[in-house]
Ligand binder design. Structure first.
Ligand code: GA4
Length: 315
């Protein structure tokens, strides 16, 4: 008999069909390969998504943080609810009524204030590990953005990575826990991420699916030792549509709990986002210029599945 760690409440959760069996080859970028930058750009154009191996992030940090997160999610519901002011959420996503078979912790990457105030619920050890993890994945994201800029001939080389390494970078971190269930569940509905790039790491439970260029969905096989990268809305705009912000969703594998940790690399709020002039070479800009603050405000007031880039497309 399988004992589920969470009470099963299926109210308002319709049965869901995953794209089972439909799996395409997901591009893999080996960061130790001298061709990595070409592989990255090709993957961003074709898929807006790729897996990274030989990434240099110590697995010890990853597994320790994962264990701490799981021990938090195993706490009684009334204890976890006390973490709501510090980013805990259960089944509700965003402000517009979206729901999913997921509980999560979501906070800005500047964790100093929140960690000081939440110590009775989320211990010091947890925050120390979050900070180690964030510094490692931010470095990884910056390395990838540098390689991208190099391959696209953008100057200076840090033109993309500086947006994340800036002290004022508005980046987020999310730990999603999808409890085991007796059936497949819609864990996190289809959406694109609004930021520049996101770095995803999950345990050995599959569930992540991405939409291909032709609109069909494909499963992403789990690989706990690798990271997955998504191209987000701002990067689609900065490349004038060369890169695609990838639509993705999570449909849980039944009977296996899934834990994923996602770093959303965003620019400072005042940063102007527009297609890079050196990429345009005579072509028309597809988008109106905006600041990340303006985009974020508009984006966070939409339903999850909404095409947010459409607000800023030139007609
Ligand atoms: C999707 C990517 C990140 O998880 C997130 C999400 C955010 C939230 O959970 O508050 C949003 C969603 C995400 C985009 C549209 C709005 C805002 C939920 C939602 C319905 C943290 C983010 O940056 O944008």
């Amino acid at each position: 008999m399988v004992v589920l760690s969470q009470p099963v409440e299926h109210v308002n959760f319709p049965a869901i069909k995953s794209c089972n069996g439909n799996s395409t080859h997901i591009p893999v970028v080996d960061l130790s390969n001298p061709d990595a930058k070409t592989q990255i750009v090709n993957a961003c154009q074709e898929f807006g998504f790729f897996k990274v191996i030989n990434h240099g992030v110590p697995m010890e940090i990853v597994t320790k943080l994962e264990a701490q997160a799981l021990s938090f999610f195993k706490q009684p519901q009334n204890h976890k609810n006390k973490a709501a002011p510090f980013g805990y959420g259960n089944k509700n996503i965003g402000r517009k009524g979206d729901t999913g078979w997921v509980e999560y912790l979501l906070f800005g990457t500047d964790t100093q204030l929140i960690s000081q105030n939440s110590l009775t619920i989320l211990p010091n050890d947890f925050w120390a590990m979050v900070n180690k993890y964030l510094s490692a994945v931010k470095n990884l994201a910056c390395e990838i953005l540098k390689l991208m800029a190099e391959e696209l001939n953008l100057q200076p080389k840090n033109v993309l990575s500086r947006l994340l390494s800036d002290k004022k970078s508005d980046s987020f971190f999310r730990i999603n826990h999808y409890p085991a269930s007796d059936r497949n569940e819609l864990g996190f509905g289809e959406h694109t991420d609004p930021q520049i790039i996101s770095v995803i790491r999950s345990n050995n439970a599959s569930g992540l699916e991405i939409a291909l260029k032709d609109g069909t969905w494909t499963q992403v096989p789990a690989d706990p030792s690798s990271f997955f990268i998504t191209v987000d809305d701002c990067l689609q705009v900065m490349t004038n549509g060369r890169f695609r912000s990838v639509k993705h969703r999570v449909i849980t594998e039944s009977l296996k709990e899934r834990l994923s940790m996602i770093y959303f690399g965003g620019p400072p709020l005042s940063e102007k986002i527009a297609p890079s002039t050196s990429l345009m070479q005579g072509e028309e800009s597809l988008y109106k210029e905006f600041t990340w603050g303006e985009y974020k405000k508009a984006a966070f007031n939409t339903k999850l599945a909404f095409n947010r880039i459409s607000f800023f497309e030139k007609s």
